[in-house]
Design a protein around this ligand. Structure first.
Ligand code: C2E
Ligand code: MG
Ligand code: MG
Ligand code: MG
Length: 282
């Protein structure tokens, strides 16, 4: 009996692995044609200065509507896109979407702020990355200083000279650079001081309990103080309540992004959201 049970467990385990692999393969296969089949779209989430209620930037966030599996989270499919190399094509497509829409909104006097775009490490390693980006700037007529490139901390903990060189070139072209999810990796503010970085985005996990958790308050206060002292902007991610906005203002962090202001908006909804937000603020 024990043997039989053990065998059943192994079978169950095998089946689970098989199923996970087949889901993964299904996603990878699906991603290959997702662009062509119009299954990808971008949303935009506002970044607000809580002191002035100005929407100074919007972050471009990718969405995938799978025909059978429905809406799939970027946290699920971005890693697959990265591992398979598909992120290069997908990332180029996202950048083009971001620049095209921000240009349209600029021309129609809807929004003249910055657009922030997430860029994966794997995209940087593509030797054609910078050429493509320069071409896109000329094609869309967007100024580089209106496009913030968001990278994660792993890019900074990694000693790879190539990454740093590309980051420096991006900065030379005029792109502001933001470190996303700050505090979840291993980069030090000391290293960041030597990098071409403009903004630190403090990860949501430090913001969640900031109203009550003294150690989170202390950490965020320290990051804000140091960031400011070396001339960096700081933004809090995942701000969901007025209480968090108030506490962050006390700490000196006015740039906020999160559901308190708005969820990521579909392209067609953003102009209306912005108009209503401006109305409420006056
Ligand atoms: P991220 O860049 O840190 O983006 C912030 C994530 O937090 C987004 O999730 C956003 O919808 C969510 N968020 C914002 N405010 C709140 C809040 O108040 N509460 C909660 N619970 N969540 C909030 P999303 O859109 O699911 O994206 C997840 C991650 O996927 C992103 O994290 C980013 O790392 C990655 N990602 C998204 N789009 C792209 C892309 O075009 N390229 C690359 N390379 N990565 C992307
Ligand atoms: Mg981001
Ligand atoms: Mg983040
Ligand atoms: Mg994230």
């Amino acid at each position: 009996h024990a043997k039989k049970q053990q065998y059943d467990y192994i079978q169950l385990f095998n089946n689970q692995i098989k199923q996970a692999l087949s889901t993964r393969n299904k996603l990878e296969e699906g991603l290959k044609t997702a662009i062509k089949r119009d299954q990808l779209t971008v949303y935009f989430q506002p970044q607000v200065n809580s002191a002035t209620n100005e929407v100074f930037a919007i972050e471009c966030l990718l969405r995938w509507q799978h025909p059978e599996l429905g809406s799939i989270s970027p946290d699920t499919f971005i890693p697959i896109a990265e591992e398979s190399g598909l992120i290069c094509e997908i990332g180029d497509w996202v950048m083009e979407q971001a620049l095209t829409h921000v240009r349209q909104w600029l021309l129609s006097n809807i929004f003249d702020g910055t657009v922030a775009v997430n860029v994966s490490l794997a995209q940087f390693l593509n030797p054609n990355y910078l050429i493509g980006l320069r071409n896109l700037l000329s094609k869309t007529l967007v100024a580089a200083n209106k496009v913030e490139i968001e990278v994660t901390e792993s890019l900074f903990s990694n000693q790879d000279a190539d990454h740093l060189a590309i980051l420096k070139e991006l900065n030379l072209i005029g792109f502001p650079i933001a470190i996303d999810d700050f505090g979840t990796g291993y980069s030090s503010l000391h290293r960041i001081k030597m990098m071409p970085v403009n903004t630190i985005k403090i990860d949501k996990c430090f913001i969640d309990n900031i109203e009550t958790d003294v150690s989170d308050q202390t950490i965020v206060q320290a990051v804000v103080n140091i960031a400011k002292s070396i001339g960096l902007n700081v933004l809090a991610e995942g701000v969901e309540t007025q209480g968090q906005v108030n506490k962050l203002a006390e700490i000196g962090c006015y740039y906020c992004q999160g559901y308190f202001y708005a969820k990521p908006q579909p392209i067609d909804s953003f102009p209306n959201w912005l108009a209503e937000f401006k109305n409420k603020s006056v």
